[in-house]
Design a protein around this ligand. Sequence first.
Ligand code: NI
Length: 295
Amino acid sequence: MKKFLVIFITLLITFSISAYAVSAPTLPEPVQKVYSPDGRIALLPQSRAEEYIAAGWFDAPVVTIYKPNGETSLVFMSDVHIHLANGWYMSPDDFPKKTKAVALTYDDGPSKYTNQVLDCLERYGAKATFFVVGTNVNRNPDILRRAHSLGMEIGNHTANHKRLTSLSASSIASEINSNATYIENATGIRPTFTRPPYGSYTSATLSAAKQPFILWSIDTLDWKTRNADSTVSEVLSKAKDGDIILMHDLYSATVSATERIVPALIDRGFDLVTVSELAQRKGVTMGVAGYRSFK
Ligand code: NI
């Protein structure tokens, strides 16, 4: 009886194994890694991977490279070294520094035009400084965050754009400090300098503000002319190393002017830098004083 049981169990095991072999699942489809232009990676079955590649993904890592003239190109990571030897860069921040630099500054925003100014600056790897007003900061915090994340500098242009020379010392401090808090809430960074509205200040205003005032050396009067040709010619006829250029990101004419000024200045051998970088390049440590340029 015991022997019979052993034979029975042996048969049972044999049948189970062969039954399993017959019904064994088919092998899974091979998987493949695919890479998106913006750096995402997906591991997919081959047929899905092919669909992704048809839709613009790649079968090897790719990277965007940049040229100082504003050109960009998407290339395979394995070929990057060839392009880097031919005038391309991994980031606009890697462009070689030029001997001349100016600071483009935009006042009174952020507004519905600011993103177009940012698009242009980003395309050319250019930096600018935005002197923002509290009421607009609170209206457009996302735009300010984008400006900050692109490496633009944010300066204080007060909470309510009042003429500081007509305010008490405590009101001046409050106009500056409350806007600094709005900016900090939006970007995480508290600005360290102010542009007084209308450029109007006295030594008493400065003492109340307790921080540098940034003025300008080239006034485009873009707010008055609302004319791109006039703004462009004002900048291109006057720009010299160390200048601070005043514009307002409130007008479509200023967007058009920016789109012409940025490549033209780069073409003429200028780096477009933030106010802080311009000061740093000229070896100036800013104190509680007014600055019109860094020369
Ligand atoms: Ni202003």
